[in-house]
Design a binder for this molecule. Structure first.
Ligand code: FMN
Length: 192
């Protein structure tokens, strides 16, 4: 069975509306993929700062970072669930990416530029936003960042399941949006 890496960055845990959308989509995908889940909250990561950067520049990378980077490198598919925070992704997820976006593991370089080393052909990003900001609008800075990072890693396919206005819609409408997002995600999952 092919491997799917699920990066659960739903910081509010069981309260998360993003997670409510992601869970049944992952369940559907588990029919075709062996799913490994990374829960960002559980990692309690520290951002890469001066000391870590110096170690890395000297070729010393933590076992944890190498192990996480290899999970990304070797996955056949990657799914990320994350809420829209400060017009982008939660910093904990960015920290995770900085730790495991590793030279010689997720990407490499020749004498001209960088190129990706990751196996996945396709990724899926599941998100909900507080304001009425749609995917592709200039104010929406989560999808462009993730697409660019995944491009660096050599992952070209990128599906987005997003719902917005969740901080302003009545609960009844939110429930409907969650159901339609699940439907959309399950449809994508059939050919993902
Ligand atoms: C720390 C924080 C930052 C947020 N920043 C934004 C933002 O910049 N723009 C926005 O539209 N919504 C923002 N929101 C609202 C969330 O995107 C929205 O409530 C989303 O549905 C939360 O997803 P969740 O239920 O999965 O946690 C923010 C919420 C939090 C807690």
């Amino acid at each position: 069975m092919k491997k799917l890496l699920y990066i659960d960055s739903c910081i509010r845990g069981e309260l998360s509306r993003t997670k409510k959308i992601a869970t049944p989509i992952i369940e559907k995908l588990s029919e075709r993929y062996e799913v490994e889940t990374i829960v960002i909250n559980d990692l309690e990561l520290r951002p890469v700062q001066a000391e870590e950067n110096r170690r890395r520049a000297g070729g010393v990378v933590s076992e944890e970072a190498i192990s996480l980077a290899n999970k990304i490198k070797n996955a056949d598919r990657i799914v990320i669930a994350a809420p829209f925070w400060d017009m982008s992704i939660p910093a904990a997820l960015k920290t995770f990416f900085e730790l495991c976006s590793l030279f010689h593991v997720t990407f490499d370089s020749d004498d001209k530029t960088c190129y990706g080393l990751c196996k996945a052909e396709n990724a899926m990003f599941i998100t909900t936003r507080g304001m009425k900001i749609r995917t592709g609008e200039p104010l929406e800075q989560a999808t462009p960042y993730l697409k660019a990072l995944f491009w660096l890693w050599g992952i070209k396919g990128f599906e987005v399941v997003a719902r917005e206005n969740f901080d302003y819609l009545p609960q009844e409408e939110i429930e409907k949006e969650i159901s339609s997002a699940i439907e959309e995600g399950i449809k994508i999952a059939e050919t993902f």
